[in-house]
Design a protein. Structure first.
Ligand code: C2E
Ligand code: CA
Ligand code: CA
Length: 672
C-alpha cells in the first residue's frame, strides 16, 4: 500500500481496488487502514467495523508514543493496544509513509496500517493444541516506550515453575512466548517443552507463510529456518569452542553432524538436494615429514582458504581432523553440478601454495555423495563419501568420484559436454529462436523473445534448460550470452528494416552476465553494431538476480536504463517478489511466470495470484506480460483482468528467424 501511495497519493479509489484484491491473500489480516496526517480516514474493506475512522493517532495518549516512534525509525512498527477500536483484542502493524519531492526532501504523508485480530492469530499459531497437550502459555512483550510487560495472549491456566521461553523477533521489537506444564509434576522434560514451543513458533511462522506466500516466499522460508535454528541452538546450548577447529577456524565434525541433520530435516520439506564432498589430501604425510609440523599446519590453513574460495555463501566447509575436509554444497539444482564444483576444488587445491617462503604443491582426492539420492542420514552419507573417496584415491591422485556409479557416468558425460560447449562457442554452433509477443487487447504482434538453442553435432537441437546451468557454473554463459545479445539485436534490426514497423526484442540475461562488469559496454556495442534503436531492446532478468545484491543491481539497472533499453522481470512470482523492493528498481515490465498462467482460470489460488500481479503491476505503471499461454480460456481470463501482453504456444511457438518473419508477413497479408 505504501509503495502505491508513494507513486500516486491521490488515487484513493485505485488503492481501495488494490486493497480488495490483496486482502484475501493475507488471511490473518482483518482490515487495512489509511491515516493521512495521522488521522484514520479509510478502513478497508468497507464491510469492516468502521470504529477507527476519525481516530487521531498522534494525539491520542494511548497511541501517540508508539505512532511517533515510527516517525523516527521510518519503519514498520507493531503496536499492541489494550483494545482495538473495533472492540476486540488484536495488534496493528503501522507503517509511516513519506513522500519524496523532486529535491529529494521527505514529507510525512500519514500511516498505513494492517490490523490482525488475536483470535485469528491464535488459530493460526495452533495455541489450542498447547492446551490439549496440557500446557499453559503466555505471550507477552515489553512495551517499547515504558518497558513494562504487556500480555498479548495467555491460557486460562497459570504458568507453573517449570517453563521454557523463546523470543520472537517482530519489526523493531521482540515478543516472548513462555510455556509450562499445567501439572508441574507431570512427566514433561524441558526438551519436550522446547519441542512444543517449537511447534507453536513454526506454526506462527507458517501462518505468516500462507498469508504472504505470494509476496515473500523465500524470505519467510528463511525466517522459519532461522527461528528453528535459533531455538535449537538455544536449547541445545551448543558450545562454540566445541564446534570449531582451532587451526583453520572451520567447523569440526560435531558441527558437521549437527548441520547435516539440520539440512536433512529442512531438505525433506523443500525437496532439495545437497552434496557432501569428502576430501583427503594426497600424500600429506610426506609434507609433514619432510618440512615439519609447522609447515604442515600452514599447508592445512592454505587448503582451508582454497576451499573457501571454491564455494558459494550457502555452502559450508569443515575440517574433520588430520588432512580430511568436508564441503557441503547446498541447494543443488542438479546433482551432477557437484562434480563440476569438485573439479574446481581439485584445480584450486593443486595450485602452488606459498608456505614458509617456498612454493609447495599438493593434490587431493574427493568422494561425493548426494542427499537424498545416495543416503538419507548423516552417518551413512559420511561413510558412503568415504567409500567414494577411496575409489577416487585408487584411480590415481587428484581425482574425484561420485558414490553412485550412475552419477559418475553422468558427470563424465557432463564434463564432455563442457568441452563441447567450449568448442561450440568457437564455431558459433548456437541459434536463436523467436517467440512472438502479442498485445492482448488489439491482437497486434508487438515483439518477440529470443530463446537460445544449441545445435549439437550428435544430439541435434539442445534446449537451454539442458546446458545453461552448466554454462552458468563454468562461466561459459558470458561469451554465449554476448553472442545471443549481438545476434538478437542484428535480427531485430533486420526485421525493423524490412517490415518498416518496430518490434521489440527481448533477450534473457543470466546471473553471471548481469554481474559482468563489462555488461554495459557489451550492450552498447551490440546496439551500435546492429543499429537497433535502444528502446526496442528489452533485457529480461529474474528477481533473484536483483535481490542478491540489491544496491549493485539497482545501479547496473539504472546504467542500462540510461542507454535507453527496457528492463523486464522474468518468472515473476516465483522468487523474492517483495513489492516494496520492486519499486526501487527501474523496471518497465513484469512477466507472470508460466506456472501461474498454466492453472488459470481453474485454480482459484493461481487465478488470484495472476490477477493480483496484473493489478500490482498496473498500479506501478508497468507493462504486464503473461508467459506460457496455451489455451483460449487462459487468454480470455487475462484479457478480462487487463493483462497487456501474452506469449505462449497458443500465439506461437519459438521459431527460427526466417520462419518467424515468414509468419509475420503472412499475418500482415491476412490483415490487409
Ligand atoms: P524463459 O525465459 O522463461 O523462457 C520461456 C520458456 O518457455 C521457453 O523455453 C519457451 O519455449 C517456453 N514456452 C513458451 N511458451 C510456452 C507455452 O505455451 N507452454 C510451455 N510449456 N512452454 C512455453 P526454452 O526456450 O526452453 O527456454 C528455457 C529457459 O532458458 C528460458 O526460460 C530462459 O530462462 C533460458 N534461456 C533461453 N534463452 C536464453 C538466453 O539466451 N540466455 C539465457 N541466459 N537464458 C536463456
Ligand atoms: Ca525469459
Ligand atoms: Ca520466464
Amino acid at each position: 500500500m505504501a509503495t502505491v501511495l508513494r507513486q500516486n497519493p491521490r488515487d484513493i479509489a485505485g488503492l481501495e481496488r488494490l486493497t480488495n484484491e490483496l486482502l484475501p491473500l493475507y488471511l490473518g489480516v482483518d482490515n487495512l487502514q489509511l491515516a493521512p496526517g495521522g488521522v484514520v480516514r479509510k478502513v478497508f474493506p468497507v464491510t469492516a467495523h468502521q470504529g477507527p475512522v476519525g481516530h487521531d493517532l498522534l494525539n491520542d495518549p494511548l497511541s501517540k508514543e508508539e505512532a511517533e516512534l515510527t516517525l523516527v525509525t521510518h519503519d514498520l512498527h507493531i503496536a499492541v493496544p489494550a483494545q482495538l477500536r473495533q472492540g476486540r483484542p488484536g495488534f496493528v502493524g503501522r507503517y509511516p509513509v513519506f513522500l519524496t519531492d523532486k529535491q529529494g526532501r521527505q514529507t510525512f504523508w500519514g500511516f498505513v496500517s494492517a490490523v490482525v485480530l488475536l483470535d485469528t492469530m491464535k488459530s493460526f499459531a495452533q495455541f489450542d493444541q498447547l492446551k490439549q497437550q496440557g500446557l499453559a502459555y503466555h505471550l507477552w512483550r515489553s512495551h517499547p516506550i515504558t518497558g513494562e510487560p504487556q500480555t498479548l495472549l495467555r491460557s486460562a491456566e497459570p504458568l507453573t515453575k517449570v517453563k521454557v521461553t523463546a523470543s520472537i523477533g517482530v519489526p523493531r521489537g521482540r515478543w516472548q512466548l513462555t510455556v509450562s506444564p499445567m501439572e508441574p509434576d507431570s512427566l514433561f522434560s524441558s526438551t519436550r517443552l522446547a519441542t512444543w514451543l517449537m511447534v507453536v513458533l513454526v506454526a506462527m511462522a507458517a501462518g505468516a507463510l500462507t498469508r504472504s506466500m505470494l509476496l515473500r516466499p523465500v524470505e519467510l522460508a528463511q525466517m522459519v529456518r532461522r527461528r528453528t535454528r535459533a531455538l535449537e541452538s538455544a536449547n541445545l546450548s551448543l558450545e562454540r569452542q566445541a564446534t570449531h577447529d582451532s587451526l583453520t577456524g572451520l567447523g569440526n565434525r560435531a558441527l558437521l553432524e549437527h548441520d547435516l541433520n539440520r539440512n536433512i530435516e529442512h531438505v525433506c520439506h523443500a525437496k532439495e538436494q545437497f552434496a557432501v564432498l569428502l576430501l583427503d589430501l594426497d600424500d600429506f604425510k610426506s609434507i609433514n615429514d619432510s618440512l615439519g609440523h609447522r609447515a604442515g599446519d600452514a599447508m592445512l590453513q592454505a587448503v582451508a582458504q582454497s576451499l573457501g574460495r571454491c564455494v558459494r555463501s550457502a555452502d559450508a566447509v569443515y575440517r574433520l581432523g588430520g588432512d580430511e575436509f568436508v564441503v557441503v554444497l547446498n541447494q543443488l539444482s542438479d546433482a551432477v553440478l557437484a562434480g563440476v564444483i569438485a573439479r574446481k576444488i581439485l584445480a584450486e587445491v593443486a595450485l602452488p601454495h606459498l608456505i614458509q617462503e617456498q612454493e609447495i604443491q599438493l593434490t587431493t582426492s574427493i568422494g561425493v555423495v548426494i542427499h537424498p539420492q545416495d543416503a538419507e542420514d548423516a552417518e551413512s552419507l559420511l561413510s558412503l563419501a568415504d567409500v567414494a573417496m577411496y575409489r577416487a584415491k585408487k584411480s590415481g591422485r587428484n581425482q574425484m568420484a561420485f558414490f553412485s556409479p550412475a552419477l559418475d557416468h553422468a558427470a563424465q558425460t557432463r564434463l564432455q559436454l563442457v568441452d563441447q560447449l567450449r568448442e561450440a562457442i568457437k564455431t558459433e554452433a548456437f541459434e536463436l529462436h523467436y517467440q512472438v509477443k502479442v498485445d492482448i487487447a488489439s491482437g497486434q504482434t508487438v515483439g518477440a523473445e529470443a530463446l537460445l538453442r544449441w545445435r549439437h553435432p550428435v544430439h541435434g537441437l539442445i534446449p537451454p534448460t539442458e546446458f545453461i546451468p552448466l554454462a552458468e557454473e563454468t562461466g561459459l554463459i558470458v561469451p554465449i550470452g554476448e553472442w545471443a545479445l549481438r545476434t538478437a539485436c542484428m535480427t531485430a534490426e533486420s526485421w525493423h528494416q524490412s517490415l518498416g514497423t518496430p518490434l521489440t526484442i527481448a533477450v534473457n540475461l543470466s546471473a553471471k552476465q548481469f554481474q559482468d562488469a563489462a555488461l554495459l559496454e557489451k550492450v552498447r556495442t551490440a546496439l551500435l553494431h546492429s543499429g537497433l534503436p535502444a528502446q526496442l531492446l528489452e533485457l529480461e532478468i529474474t528477481e533473484s538476480m536483483m535481490m542478491r545484491k540489491p544496491d549493485e543491481a539497482a545501479a547496473t539497472m539504472r546504467a542500462l536504463r540510461q542507454l535507453g533499453v527496457h528492463l523486464a522481470v522474468d518468472d515473476f512470482g516465483t522468487g523474492y517478489s517483495s513489492l516494496g523492493y520492486l519499486s526501487r528498481f527501474p523496471i518497465q515490465c513484469l512477466k507472470i511466470d508460466r506456472s501461474f498462467v498454466q492453472n488459470v482460470p481453474d485454480s482459484d489460488a493461481d487465478s488470484t495470484i495472476a490477477r493480483s500481479i496484473v493489478s500490482l503491476g498496473k498500479s506501478l505503471g508497468l507493462t504486464v506480460v503473461a508467459e506460457g499461454v496455451e489455451t483460449q480460456s487462459q487468454l480470455d481470463f487475462l484479457r478480462v483482468h487487463g493483462c497487456h501482453i501474452a506469449q505462449g504456444y497458443l500465439l506461437g511457438r519459438p521459431l527460427e528467424a526466417a520462419r518467424f518473419i515468414e509468419q509475420l508477413r503472412k499475418q500482415e497479408a491476412a490483415v490487409e
